[in-house]
Design a protein around this ligand. Structure first.
Ligand code: PPS
Length: 282
């Protein structure tokens, strides 16, 4: 199993992260006005949105998504492999991050760069992460979902507390260069028009159809550039599956009634004050 280092209250597994890189991305990395960053708490649909944005940028042509690895098309700001790629990329860059707001590159707040922040029902995020992490060397395996729920509610998981992450990023939601999306909304085909508008792209109806086609769950599951089957063996145990189920509400198949009630209580406490319509899940 991976060792951790703690940085500003957040545990980062050594397999993928290094303290100096996190510091450099926060203090020195320059985000430029023309850049676009896709940000989410892990397991919220980040890779799905990367695929959609890559397709929008190419008017639905799948050549790029089928020939370049997804983490090279939209590299991760905070990872050992991602930051050097981004530093050496010229022109408008597409990039990804799971960083909480307080660790995000300082340069962003002086720029006009665009951020799309994706949220997802945290119960589904939790179930998705539980099954995903089983196949990695990223964390110690929790013995049961119940144990993972305890860790998640305390924020003792990679990238820390979902509640903190979401509360803090949502404080940006009135900004012009910030688009809030939810995984639940992404299930509606029309969402791609909203993404195009935000990115200043105009696609024809047949091009939008291609975006939908090539970013579908099935198409991404079959695309080895996107389905994580090529993640290196130092991170993976035996066969990493990113594309697990791709549905909303799977938590109902896994939580007990008592676990659901305990989760609701924490959610109500920690997310008090936000308009109810902001979280489009049941
Ligand atoms: S990561 O590794 O933290 O960046 O994971 P992330 O990409 O954010 O989230 C993984 C979950 O997103 C689902 N996914 C999709 N759902 C529907 N359609 C498409 N095209 C799609 N692509 C990815 C993926 O299946 C994970 O969710 P679960 O619930 O585990 O299936």
């Amino acid at each position: 199993m991976s060792d951790y280092f703690w940085f500003e209250g957040i545990p980062f597994p050594d397999t993928v992260y290094k303290r100096e890189i996190i510091e450099e991305s926060h203090d020195k990395f320059v985000i430029r006005d023309e850049d676009t960053v896709i940000v989410s708490y892990p397991m919220s649909g980040n890779n799905w949105l990367i695929e959609i944005v890559c397709l929008i940028q190419n008017k639905g042509n799948p050549k790029w998504i089928q020939s370049v690895l997804i983490w090279e098309r939209s590299s991760w700001i905070e990872t050992k492999k991602g930051l050097p790629i981004l530093i050496n990329t010229e022109g408008p860059r597409l990039m990804s991050s799971h960083l909480p707001l307080h660790l995000f590159p300082k340069s962003f707040f002086r720029s006009k760069a665009k951020v799309i922040y994706v949220i997802r029902n945290p119960r589904d995020v939790l179930v998705s992460a539980y099954f995903f992490l089983h196949n990695t060397k990223i964390i110690d395996n929790p013995e049961s979902l119940g144990t993972y729920i305890e860790w998640f509610l305390k924020g003792n998981v990679p990238y820390g507390s979902w509640f903190e992450h979401t509360r803090n990023w949502l404080s940006m939601r009135e900004n012009d260069n910030f688009l809030l999306l939810s995984y639940e909304d992404m299930k509606k085909d029309s969402i791609n028009i909203k993404i195009c508008d935000f990115l200043g792209k105009k696609l024809e109806p047949d091009e939008l159809d291609l975006v939908l086609k090539y970013s579908s769950f099935q198409a991404m599951k079959e695309n080895k550039m996107s389905n994580f089957s090529l993640v290196s063996e130092d991170v993976v145990n035996n066969g990493l599956v990113l594309m697990r189920k791709g549905i909303t509400g799977d938590w109902k198949n896994h939580f007990t009634v008592a676990q659901a009630e305990a989760f609701d209580k924490v959610f109500q406490e920690r997310m008090a004050g936000f308009p109810p319509g902001l979280f489009p899940w049941k």
